[in-house]
Design a protein. Structure first.
Length: 427
């Protein structure tokens, strides 16, 4: 055995004081007593599966003033995330085989952690689904316009989903109906205008279109960043192949809890009412919601400081997601079981990767957490290029040690592997 670690590990839904053995990047044994070539005793600290973020925008290539695969993956790592799936709204957009190959090479060179890539299906590349499937982890469909978006018209959705279902890949959907958004378009001076422009009704219509267009299909369909009671209702009793995601910002903010003209909170779908937020929390806690996804969408401070109407939508969140929710677990707002399911187990299952659980034969992707060590989020200490966070000053519990495939990636503040350590997963 290459290495063994010891501590209070989250195994099969409970904490056990035990040892975990690593061999060739995998978990090779979980036992009361084990001794490898190198043994680390973490004492009373908790050992958890590392997080998997199925929704990030690392902006590479094309918008590397906002982020790149190096800074994005570093930010993820410090936040206890060892695997990310990157969205296609880069430049050139990930809608052709060439663009996907180019992006894979960039990630291969720069990423500190494991990664997968999505291809977008738009009105112009539906015929290429099969070809693209060979090089991507899944597909993204935007049904409404958003930052650098790549749209598919609702009329083409059925055809696209049928083609994708033959590839057995997952489809992630940005569910905001474009004609509904157009109908409500207006000059935006504040978050209320932004919300008026993108009402819950647009999410509901879009979700219903997806349900209708995917009848009889069995491939996985994931509704990204659910944000409203109406969307929630539309999804009640959804088919088994559906899953639902929620972001930290939709769980932590509502339109009443924030400054109404602050562009930091301008995001798509928008931050909505306290009731919407409460409904989403309820869904995250009771299991209706399957996944916590950061929708890490970094923009520079300069870009965000533009007039409200011109400022881009999006919030950086990959580094703060796991730490913020660990603090929620400590406050007993969420159980460990729900958190690990939302951030580790379910994402691994959806993307079909051998991670997300402390179990023999899975990748040895783990984080070590001192549950007594509550800290506060400080933007200047975060690693994203964007340099700001809407969670400034919030309580959080950051991991003290992070392992990827059995290698120590982070210890304290130090990064111990080189850029390019990350591997492509989920092809
Ligand atoms: C995302 C971005 O900036 O790329 N913005 C956002 O508000 N969420 C695009 C998206 O996922 O909608
Ligand atoms: Zn997104």
């Amino acid at each position: 055995m290459d290495r063994t670690i010891e501590g209070k590990a989250y195994i099969n839904g409970t904490f056990e004081t035990c040892c975990i053995g690593f061999e060739n990047g995998k978990i090779s044994a979980v036992k009361k007593i084990l001794k490898g070539n190198e043994h680390i005793d973490f004492g009373h600290k908790l050992i958890l599966p590392a997080g998997i973020d199925i929704h990030v925008h690392f902006r590479d290539p094309g918008f590397i003033q906002k982020e790149d695969f190096s800074t994005g993956s570093l930010a993820a790592a410090y936040g206890g995330i060892t695997c990310v799936f990157d969205m296609p709204n880069t430049q050139p957009p990930a809608i052709t085989l060439n663009a996907l190959v180019e992006k894979t090479l960039i990630a291969k060179k720069k990423s500190f952690i494991d990664y997968g890539l999505y291809a977008a299906i738009t009105d112009d590349n539906i015929e290429n689904v099969e070809e693209l499937a060979k090089k991507c982890s899944g597909f993204k469909i935007y049904l409404g316009s958003t930052t650098n978006s790549l749209q598919l018209s609702s009329q083409q959705l059925k055809k696209a989903l049928h083609k994708i279902s033959k590839t057995q890949k997952i489809t992630l959907i940005h569910a905001e109906n474009e004609s509904c958004l157009k109908k409500h378009e207006r000059v935006e001076h504040n978050l209320k205008d932004h919300l008026y422009h993108r009402p819950s009704e647009c999410e509901e219509i879009s979700v219903r279109t997806v349900l209708e267009s995917s009848k009889d299909l069995s491939s996985k369909i994931h509704i990204c960043h659910l944000s409203s009671c109406e969307g929630f209702e539309a999804l009640r009793g959804h088919p088994k192949n559906f899953s639902v995601g929620v972001t930290p910002h939709h769980l932590f903010f509502d339109i009443k809890s924030i400054h109404s003209n602050h562009t930091f909170y301008k995001v798509n779908p928008p931050i909505r009412s306290p009731l919407d937020r409460e409904t989403l929390w309820h869904g995250a806690i009771n299991g209706f919601i399957d996944v916590l996804e950061s929708d890490h969408a970094p923009h520079t401070l300069e870009e965000k400081e533009a007039e409200f109407d011109k400022a881009p939508s999006g919030v950086p969140a990959v580094e703060t997601m796991f730490p913020l929710f660990l603090a929620e677990v400590k406050k007993r707002k969420m159980s460990f079981n729900r958190l690990i399911s939302l951030l580790c187990e379910k994402p691994a299952e959806l993307l079909n990767i051998p991670k997300g659980r402390i179990e023999k034969s899975r990748d040895a992707d783990l984080i070590v957490v001192d549950f007594k060590e509550m800290s506060t989020i400080k933007s200047e200490k975060l690693h994203s290029k964007s340099g700001w966070s809407p969670f400034e000053g919030w309580p959080a519990i950051f991991p003290s040690c992070v392992f990827v495939r059995g290698e120590k990636l982070i210890e304290g503040q130090e990064i111990l592997v080189k850029q390019g350590f990350g591997r492509f997963v989920g092809e």
